[in-house]
Design a protein. Structure first.
Length: 168
């Protein structure tokens, strides 16, 4: 009898693991998956996971990343994500990134800014993470979401690149 109870408890715990794991899935995207607004091929380049403003160019690129529910609508329409993070390079005051998470109400198309990252100048061209936090989780039952990104350089020295975005 003790073995049957122990086996039953083990099976219940084992069955709960996939459900628990599904609630912890985050959304992420590499920078090179950006959907660009304009064709400015002379200003930017893709290299592996990153989108970068070319070192010998001055200009701006703007694009978007659609956010999808990686938890799965059959499991959870409201993931508890509350942090946007970006792996980026910004090594000079003449270059920067602005990364904004927006919520779009499905039936009215009303946009609401949830949080924004304005990159800070780093000491060198090494990749680092910057984050912003927002209240609550996301509600995929009533809203859609996207991340709007601007990479800009006003002079030739800066290194400006986006490697990865994540919601967690």
């Amino acid at each position: 009898m003790k073995k049957a109870i122990a086996l039953s408890l083990f099976l219940v715990c084992l069955a709960a693991l996939p459900a628990a794991a599904q609630n912890n899935l985050d959304w992420s995207s590499v920078g090179s998956a950006i959907i660009l607004d304009e064709n400015m091929i002379s200003v930017y380049d893709f290299s592996g996971p990153k989108v970068v403003l070319k070192s010998n160019s001055v200009g701006e690129i703007e694009g978007r990343f659609p956010v999808t529910n990686t938890v799965g609508s059959g499991t959870d329409l409201s993931p508890a994500w509350n942090t946007l993070s970006a792996a980026l390079v910004d090594d000079h005051s003449s270059g920067w990134l602005t990364i904004t998470l927006y919520q779009v109400e499905k039936c009215t198309a009303t946009e609401t800014q949830l949080c924004q990252i304005n990159s800070s100048d780093g000491a060198d061209d090494s990749v680092r993470c910057e984050t912003c936090e927002f209240n609550g989780g996301l509600d995929f039952a009533n809203n859609a979401y996207y991340v709007h990104v601007i990479l800009k350089k006003t002079d030739v020295p800066p290194a400006v690149a986006l490697y990865e975005l994540a919601l967690h």
